[in-house]
Design a protein around this ligand. Structure first.
Ligand code: SAH
Length: 369
């Protein structure tokens, strides 16, 4: 079998393994359940370690569905409890980053959807080097599996497996997934949705759809497609500015889908799905953090079922914008709250591990030069 016929087992919907066993591998259907359980309960990283399967089947799986975990290149633990993983893809060694952030008793994992990004937001380190390629569904799921292995290793006395490979207690896995790492998820729609469905699947990692968030810089066709998907994933839209003049300066994507196209698509999404949208708004000193910006934002969001997440800019060398003053952040927050817009002010976590988008990969590239 040639390598390019090979499929990552992490890109196969868990329920399909029964069919694959019967139709492709000439095995009994129950082997399919064992395979799904090996992948998502046992967190197997090689077929060799799956002793519940006969050796001949393991061999065939290795040929047709080789298990090739992402290699952990670097791990940075932050003082605030977050951890950053720099991972290398087994196919070509490309590096991607993923961050684990504890919040409200849950662990949130921020995953990447592409190697680099083509959208070139002015303040974002991921876009500085452009896009190298899309990640496959198997690689995106692989990011989460790498986190699961990391979490399990961290708590050797914690949740274990019984002799049948079933979890004795709660699995050591992230409680929330946010697609807010490197890349634009709607520029890689099919693979991202495929991966998220696998993570959501009860036979996969069983992470509730409402605990899975996709964040877009405003790719309107993606918003429209997600509305038709019939799945309850959360949608976040990176807004960052209340008018086209400002948004054009920060986000080239606004030339393609300006606010007068983006906002109606958001409205249509909320009507179609009955769900709210979270708008991300990065506060940049004196650029978009003045009271009149808040007022324009309030006007823009009028009558839209939404939440706003304010994030003080995490400065990057390549962008001249500065971190806002905390008093201005607070005033901006209060103004939105007063207008009855559900708003949170989120201080960046994991600053000491370069947890902002793309920063670690950029740093590592620069270090290696
Ligand atoms: N492409 C998607 C997801 C990746 S970025 C999107 O744009 O939504 C995830 C979030 O981090 C976005 O809201 C992005 O604008 C924000 N972000 C990127 N760089 C940042 C920085 N230096 N400071 C603060 N927020 C940043």
């Amino acid at each position: 079998m040639m390598m390019n016929d090979a499929v990552s087992p992490w890109s196969v919907p868990p329920a399909d393994w029964r069919r694959v066993c019967v139709e492709e591998l000439g095995e009994k259907a129950f082997r399919g359940d064992q395979i799904a359980s090996a992948l998502y309960r046992q967190f197997a990283e090689s077929w060799e370690e799956v002793s519940t399967l006969p050796a001949a089947l393991r061999q065939r799986l290795q040929e047709r569905y080789p298990l090739r975990p992402l290699e952990q290149v670097l791990l940075k633990d932050s003082d605030d409890g977050s951890a950053k993983l720099l991972l290398a893809c087994p196919s070509d060694g490309e590096r991607i980053e993923s961050v684990l952030i504890p919040s409200k008793g849950r662990l949130t994992q921020c995953v990447s959807s592409q190697v680099g990004c083509n959208f070139h937001c002015a303040f974002c380190a991921s876009g500085m080097l452009g896009k190298t390629r899309n990640l496959t569904a198997g690689e995106i799921v692989g990011e989460v599996m790498a986190a699961c292995r990391y979490l399990r290793a961290k708590q050797p006395d914690g949740p274990g497996l019984d002799e049948k490979g079933r979890g004795k207690t709660e699995l050591p896995r992230p409680g929330n997934i946010v697609v807010m790492g490197m890349g634009e998820p709607f520029d890689n729609y099919d693979e991202v949705i495929r991966a998220l469905k696998i993570l959501n699947d009860p036979k996969g990692l069983a992470i509730g759809a409402r605990h899975i968030t996709i964040s877009t810089c405003g790719v309107v066709p993606g918003i429209r497609r997600l509305a038709e998907e019939g799945i309850q994933f959360e949608l976040s839209v990176s807004l960052h500015a209340p008018d086209n003049l400002l948004r054009d300066q920060l986000m080239p994507v606004n030339k393609m889908w300006p606010l007068d196209v983006l906002m109606p698509a958001c409205k249509a999404y909320t009507e179609k799905t009955g769900r709210i949208i979270t708008f991300e708004y990065t506060l940049i000193r004196k650029f978009n953090d003045r009271p009149h910006h808040a007022d324009r934002l309030i006007a823009l969001l009028q009558r839209l079922p939404c939440k706003v997440n304010l994030i003080p800019l995490s400065p990057v060398e390549e962008f001249s914008g500065r971190r806002p003053e905390s008093g201005d952040c607070k005033a901006f927050l209060d103004r939105l709250l007063q207008a009855k817009i559900n708003t949170t002010l989120r201080f960046s976590r994991g600053k000491d591990v370069d947890a902002a988008c793309g920063q670690l990969r950029l740093r590592k590239r620069v270090d290696e030069r």
